[in-house]
Design a protein around this ligand. Structure first.
Ligand SMILES: [Cu+2]
Length: 357
């Protein structure tokens, strides 16, 4: 679990009410925080508000263990906060609950969601949230439009299953999404989803700044490069190589032959991702996060447009590091877009032998 520092202790995204009574309190994603501030090294950077802006890919609520609808309380809090994109490079992100992507929300088809949306009083801008899982005007965007210091409530029923993006949708929505305001709400079908060994959560998006990738110091958001759709960084979970052994954090680990389900969201705001696991294929894949059809099987690379998701599983019979990438590979080599799943277990030369006798 991540140890993060924050400007203040924040309420974790919570589930309460009927869901808690039904024994589903463990569904609440964790967001344990303390209050100290921290300063990065490096000339020209800004003090950071949080050690890691990258969401922990394993921080996903447990599968729904209910056979009837419930009321689910969810709190999303918009927070503008400075953090490192990579070592020596800072950027002032806009976030839901201080992480990129925002918290993974998990409900069951037919559930009623009681959303509290808060706009941190320390923020400088209005924010809101548009859920693609909401059947209603703007996905809730107008209903949740708030100025700094305001808090509003929205009640909606999750009427159709699937994995859906949620994102900020104020007038400069491309800017706000680019700064980090997007995440996944998963609406499980009543019968649930097949059991797997591990689930992880990855969000890709683009950062548009006034400097080059890797140039030290504080990067300002840059409207001209966003208008031209020429991002400085293309990232998974908000930081360059956020969850890679060679980058900022450890790989996600799984045993050989264990199945890993990846919930992937492309926040964009502009670029589609050609999502691929190097050294493997997607064993099963639900295009666009639709759980209304059977999954495709043995898919090498799947395009995920901005504003959409995919749900895919992978497993490896042999040990090694499996890089999750956007196969538009300049984004990997030049702009920071990668995550790693490490498979641990016994070698199997009959399947893969790098040194045949
Ligand atoms: Cu916003």
């Amino acid at each position: 679990m991540l140890a993060t520092t924050r400007r203040r202790t924040l309420k974790a995204l919570g589930l309460g009410g009927a869901a808690s009574l039904a024994g589903c309190a463990s569904n609440a994603p964790t967001a344990n925080q303390s209050t100290a501030a921290r300063t990065t090294e490096g000339a020209g950077t800004k003090p950071v508000d949080v050690d890691r802006i990258a969401a922990d890919p394993t921080d996903i609520p447990d599968p729904i263990d209910r056979d009837s609808p419930a009321e689910v309380d969810v709190t999303l809090r918009s927070e503008e906060m400075t953090a490192e994109v990579e070592e020596g490079v800072t950027f002032t992100y806009m976030t839901y609950n201080g992480q990129v992507p925002g918290p993974f929300i998990r409900v069951r088809q037919g559930d009623t969601v009681n959303l509290t949306f808060e706009n941190d009083e320390a923020n400088s801008l209005p924010h809101n949230v548009d859920f693609h899982a909401v059947a209603g005007p703007g996905g809730g965007a107008e209903a949740t439009m708030t100025a700094p210091g305001e808090s509003v409530e929205l009640r909606f029923r999750a009427t159709y299953p699937g994995a859906y993006i949620y994102h900020c949708a104020v007038a400069n929505m491309d800017m706000h999404i680019s700064a980090g305001m997007f995440g996944i709400i998963l609406v499980e079908p009543p019968e649930g989803m097949p059991e797997v060994d591990h689930e992880i959560y990855i969000g890709q998006h683009e950062l548009y700044t006034n400097r080059s990738a890797g140039e030290g110091g504080h990067h300002q958001f840059d409207m001209a490069s966003m208008r031209a759709e020429e991002p400085t960084y293309v990232l998974m979970n908000g930081e360059k190589y956020a969850w890679t052994p060679a980058g900022r954090g450890p790989a996600v680990t799984a045993g050989t032959d264990e199945t890993v389900r990846v919930f992937f969201v492309d926040g964009g705001p502009n670029l589609a991702s050609s999502f691929h696991p190097i050294g493997s294929v997607w064993e099963t894949l639900y295009p666009d996060g639709s759980l209304s059809t059977d999954p495709q099987t043995h898919i090498q690379t799947r395009e995920v447009p901005p504003g959409s998701t995919t749900i895919a599983t992978m497993n490896s019979p042999v040990p090694g590091d499996f890089k999750l990438v956007d196969h538009s590979l300049s984004r990997v080599a030049r702009k920071g877009c990668m995550a790693v799943v490490r498979a641990e277990g016994e070698d199997r030369p009959a399947i893969f032998d790098p040194e045949p006798a």
